[in-house]
Design a protein around this ligand. Structure first.
Ligand code: ADP
Ligand code: MG
Length: 334
């Protein structure tokens, strides 16, 4: 049986439906991400699980207990938000200890738990520091420690890293994932950042207008988008009509009227078995780091191809190239 179950959840604001008949199952120890564009209902869904939003219909159970009508504080959930909301007049130790003091835990036990958690989030030695003396990343580590130390059944995180700089954000993604795996915690993370979702998740639930568009392991979602929405949101797929595919590649089987997706990195400079050839002119070059992204003009169709950055293999603007792609990398969408 799943650890968290949502059945037929509906929620609307001012007559606008935000969550449509949502059914979800989340397993114990799983890190699930709600991914999707701004306004698609991610936070509303998360807050519904926390009990901060009351749905018009449907039921929620956590760890075998129906919590639909249970108040937020009695659901056994913890929450971390984008803003750290630490107590400014308390030092790091007291911020983290707060929830345990509320539980009337013994002093020695509190000390041990707080020190263990601070080590886990890499803040040993910062016990006496006040929030204003910490960087944004450190403050969010405190917020994370404070939520984890009380051992919630599930930790809900709403864009916890969105306000942080790219490098700190990457570090904290790794930290979050390693803590989650070490403790075997059930976590639900809300993000609009597909790369973040890819890095940390056991399963991504891609939301579109309050409904599940597609869900699965990050790799599965990336390699097998079923719809145009997924192909556009995950990765930088080329999304092409059947006519465009015929003009570009002329593959043996194309269904008229269907839409197809091709990953930019599916293109290669060398032919192989079962490859289709594409002739194109280089129109733009973007160096993304280890990858170079080429914008190419094929026969009446522009598309994007990614190549690994390698010495001597670079193309220049206006170069004419022939690229190759395997038939199976032309993915029909529904
Ligand atoms: P996301 O987190 O995916 O960006 P939200 O769940 O915050 O999206 O919001 C989904 C939709 O619901 C948006 O159109 C938003 O304006 C609306 N909404 C969210 N909360 C409220 C509220 N308390 N009152 C009115 N409308 C709301
Ligand atoms: Mg949100």
């Amino acid at each position: 049986m799943s650890f968290i179950t949502l059945q037929h959840i509906n929620k609307s604001f001012e007559g606008q439906t935000v969550i449509h008949d949502m059914n979800l199952e989340i397993n114990k120890g799983e890190l699930v991400t709600f991914l999707g564009p701004s306004g698609c209902g991610k936070s509303t869904l998360l807050r519904t699980i926390a009990g901060l939003v009351t749905p018009e219909a449907g039921s929620i159970s956590i760890d075998g207990r129906d919590v639909t009508n249970v108040s937020p504080k009695d659901r056994g959930v913890g929450m971390v938000f984008q803003s750290y909301a630490l107590f400014p007049n308390m030092n790091v130790f007291d911020n983290v200890a707060f929830g345990l003091k509320m539980k009337k835990m013994k002093k020695e036990e509190i000390h041990e738990k707080v020190m263990t958690i601070l080590e886990l989030v890499g803040l040993t030695g910062k016990e006496q520091a006040y929030p204003h003396e910490l960087s944004g990343g450190q403050q969010q580590r405190v917020a994370l420690a404070r939520s984890i130390v009380v051992e919630p059944k599930v930790l809900l995180l709403d864009e916890p890293l969105s306000a942080l700089d790219a490098q700190i954000r990457k570090n904290l993604q790794q930290l979050l994932r390693s803590i989650q795996q070490r403790l075997g915690m059930t976590m639900i993370l809300v993000t609009h950042d597909q790369e973040e979702a890819m890095v940390v998740s056991d399963r991504i639930i891609l939301l579109n207008n309050g409904e599940v568009e597609q869900e699965g392991h990050p790799h599965d979602l990336y390699m097998n988008p079923k719809t145009e929405f997924t192909a556009r949101f995950i990765g930088h797929y080329n999304v092409l009509s059947s006519n465009e595919i015929v003009a570009l590649l002329d593959p043996p089987s194309v269904e008229a009227g269907k839409v197809y997706a091709i990953r930019p990195e599916a293109f290669r400079l060398n032919p192989g078995e079962n490859t289709l050839a594409v002739r194109a002119v280089v129109k733009d070059i973007n160096v993304l780091g280890s990858i170079v992204r080429y914008e190419l003009q094929g026969d009446s169709v522009t598309f994007v191809a990614d190549m690994l950055q390698q010495r001597m293999s670079g193309l220049s603007l206006q170069d004419e190239v022939t690229m190759y792609i395997e038939e199976q990398d032309v993915i029909p969408l529904s």
